[in-house]
Unconditional design. Sequence first.
Length: 375
Amino acid sequence: MPRSVNYRLLRRITTQLEQHMAGYGYEPFDTPIIQPTDLFLTRAGDQVVKRLFTFDRDGQSIALRPEFTAPAAYAYAQQHPDGAAIVRWQFSGFVFVDYATGAQQRMSVGAELFGAGGADADAEIVTIAARGLDTLGVRDWNIDIGHVGLLRAVLERFRLDARTERFILHHLAALSNPAQGKGYVLEQLDRLLQAPPDVDFAVPTINDVERTLDAVLESGHYGVTMGGRDRADIARRLIQKRQRFTERHQVSAALDVLEHVGGTWTNVERAFDELGRLVEGDHERAILTRWHGTMRAINESGIDLSRITIRPTLARDWEYYTGIVFELRSAHDAHIGGGGRYDELVKLLGGERETPAVGFVYHIDQLIAGLEASE
């Protein structure tokens, strides 16, 4: 937190939110500030890795916690490895993030729901997050909701490799930016591949590449290795790279579809009508149906759907989430909270199987700024 923080207001906000979440059955969860670095690298995106405060002690890499979700998922995996228990935890405490603008200590308050899947669980988390703002007296908030699972299902149509799929997901914000768009994303892909965009060739076999390498090695008077790698290893790398080249037309087609999907940035009723015309196949339709069910459950919980905007390509951490993602915004468009579903994390941190999990966090510094401005 900045040094100028109003600690009286901070204590009041934290207490009110803790009581609010306790009313929904969420019990306090805490975790040490110092954690093994690996805990945050298991499913961390590039941005998380860059922001970690890490230290070496006795040959072990340790980090100041940047968030509560990974420690909570690890604790759940240790206590309930079979993933059978439904657990509701709330957390509050400082997290430490190394931003480009300077190191920051920030208060983090939120909740995690483990072991419960489906529309009702997603709606519960969104509802608690929204109603907490009412408890604090925050007015005119709104929610943007997207769905990582639907985007991944759409990308499955194009049979892209995992690296290319990650590249596309990480560039969705640029795709929807009028100043950048599809051309910019393809330009970045070409730069990544370091090849002309119009290259057209068949993917060679490993024997084809090894024969070419033999000729290169002999003409250069090299031995059987280059840079410590043998011919087979180099050949495999070249084949993988050429396979990505041949995917370029598929990437272009995928971006076209995602542009249309991302264009359904509108109210709930209209968005699902438009998305219904864009999805294909049983898998995509099933995801869309479940997502629509979540919206109905949110509405039934008392949340006015006019406060919600559907943003299918909402950009959160693509390495982390597997289902819905959402952001809480103030009337002045400040990002005051957010969360989503992350069903893979418990297994990655030691659980025996994938376990339904969904949670959210409030950005307390933004909440304080907004409340102080309204006083």
